[in-house]
Write a protein that binds this ligand. Structure first.
Ligand code: FMN
Length: 262
């Protein structure tokens, strides 16, 4: 599958098949995709614990909780607990030296001295700020996005779930004090059609993106839109006909009760 088609198929898939385990090599590819994502200073603070429902201890499974549409955690065969370890920031000087040695950063004869005398002290002076929520979360989000695309490229479905229960998750999963739980990601084979009711709504392109100055909408060429539609990146908008019936069927098949929002 081309990247464009993978992007077109990526949806939050909330209905996963609880009875179909996910092959471990598919999970590995997901993690491999996350690992090669960008990170400021090449610090690499993204971590994950993969919880496989068929082998994880009950105290781990019981700690996984999300308040919005949390039924997904019950039915998913795999839940990836993505977290950020701020301790990675402590090794930023070594990561920068590695970048220099790799030929990625700096040029000229003076670059080693500039690194040791300027750049590393600059980062060191910002270390507390850099551990705070902000830039690190952006980097981790890039890794999670790459992981998500790899899941869909392999025919899997996934959904990110925010949770306020990070402390409980940290305690039950034995995460270090330096960990910040980012989100829980359910992964499995979709129980719903890949279209999942169609492309979810998006704010207009012109409202989101500007050229040069704020309020000057970035020009959107219709030919490019058409090209991306032809390549499968843009798919039919939700709700597709029959979606309500599909949802009713999923509710019965997966034994879900109530309104499914909580
Ligand atoms: C960081 C993050 C947290 C999210 N948390 C939840 C959640 O707790 N429950 C849920 O059902 N969906 C959650 N979602 C999914 C969003 O609701 C979804 O991405 C959005 O509605 C757009 O739909 P789409 O992903 O199918 O394009 C989350 C998505 C992200 C990126």
């Amino acid at each position: 599958m081309q990247l464009r088609e993978v992007l077109g198929r990526r949806r939050s898939i909330r209905f996963l098949d609880p009875d179909r385990p996910v092959e471990i090599d598919k999970i590995q590819r997901i993690l491999e995709a996350a690992r090669i994502a960008s990170h400021w200073g090449n610090v690499q603070s993204l971590r994950a614990i993969v919880v496989m429902k068929d082998s994880a201890p009950s105290q781990v499974i019981d700690a996984l909780e999300a308040p919005i549409a949390g039924f997904q955690i019950r039915i998913a065969p795999v839940v990836i607990v993505w977290y950020l370890d701020t301790a990675a920031v402590d090794a930023q000087a070594d990561r920068l030296r590695e970048l220099l040695a790799a030929g990625a950063l700096g040029f000229g004869e003076d670059k080693h001295r500039a690194l040791e005398e300027n750049l590393i002290p600059l980062f060191a002076s910002l270390i507390d700020t850099l551990k705070e929520p902000g830039l690190g979360e952006v980097d981790c989000g890039q890794g999670i996005a790459q992981a998500t695309l790899m899941a869909f490229e392999q025919g899997l479905g996934a959904c990110c779930l925010g949770t306020p229960y990070g402390d409980k998750i940290c305690a039950n999963l034995g995460l270090p004090d330096t960990a910040r739980v980012l989100l829980l990601q359910t992964v499995g084979y979709p129980a719903e059609d890949w279209q999942a009711g169609g492309q979810r709504p998006r704010r207009p392109f012109e409202e989101l993106f500007s050229l040069n100055v704020s309020g000057n909408p970035f020009p959107r060429a219709p030919e490019v839109v058409e090209e991306l539609r032809n390549d499968g990146m843009f798919t039919a908008p939700a709700p597709l006909p029959g979606r309500e019936e599909e949802l009713e069927h999923l509710k019965t098949r997966l034994g879900l009760e109530g309104h499914g929002l909580f």
